[in-house]
Design a protein around this ligand. Structure first.
Ligand code: DX5
Ligand code: ZN
Length: 223
């Protein structure tokens, strides 16, 4: 992998009483993308926030907003997230989210955003083979979605490697992003397996110095 590693702080772990300042702080700390988790209380048990808050985040940073929709029927709301200023819209691949994955990803592109597809820990890579050519990002969940602060699942490492191999075979080069339980110890392994974008909530917002936290993830990624 010659591509530069990207770090995407997940605002789910931010102090929501000071959301704007928190987003500006990780922006200054060297974030490449800002990861924004949308949870609807149906696809996952928690509810986070919706397009109005994404719009507020948009006003706090110029960095790309990497919006991860953990929702049922994303086709109903993608236009609102596009209007709110999302740069990437990531769709869960499981039928419990949408039954028309190919169509939704195409619609995201028509809205002018970069489509991304998400695979949960139990979802095999084969499930997204037929949509790989449509996406700029594949997000591999390294925890089960729904909460921050969970433990990294090491059994996802071979899956990341298989995905990278499949992309290479197909002549495709999407970003491979990993989400969940990432810290300097796990990052080295996920990067070695073939990931190039690291989402980190607790590892960044749980630190006293965000700049140092981003730098140590980068250092770990560099090996
Ligand atoms: C989990 C979310 C993650 C979460 C990651 O459902 O998709 O983005 O915020 O948080 P950490 O880094 O704490 O595991
Ligand atoms: Zn996420």
């Amino acid at each position: 992998m010659t591509r530069a590693i990207k770090i995407a702080p997940s605002v789910l772990a931010a102090d929501f009483t000071r959301l704007g300042e928190e987003v500006q702080a990780v922006d200054r700390a060297g974030a490449d993308w800002i990861h924004v988790d949308i949870m609807d209380g149906r696809f996952v048990p928690e509810i986070s926030f919706g397009p109005t808050v994404v719009e507020a985040i948009r006003r706090s940073t110029q960095k790309p907003l990497n919006v991860h929709l953990m929702v049922v029927e994303p086709e109903r709301t993608i236009e609102r997230y596009a209007k709110a200023g999302a740069d990437h819209i990531l769709i869960q691949s499981e039928p419990g989210s949408t039954v028309h994955l190919h169509r939704v990803l195409s619609q995201v592109r028509e809205l002018g955003c970069q489509p991304g597809v998400v695979v949960d820990p139990a979802t095999p890579i084969a499930w997204i083979e037929q949509v790989l050519h449509l996406v700029g990002v594949v997000l591999v969940m390294t925890v089960n979605p729904g909460f921050g602060g969970q433990r990294f699942l090491p059994e996802m490492l071979p899956k990341i490697a298989d995905l990278r191999r499949l992309c290479r075979e197909r002549g495709l080069d999407p970003h491979i992003e990993v989400d969940g339980g990432q810290d300097p110890l796990t990052v080295r392994k996920t990067i070695e397996a073939g990931a190039d974008v690291i989402v980190a909530g607790t590892a960044i917002f749980g630190a006293d110095d965000y700049g140092q936290a981003v730098a140590s993830l980068r250092l770990a990624a560099a090996g």
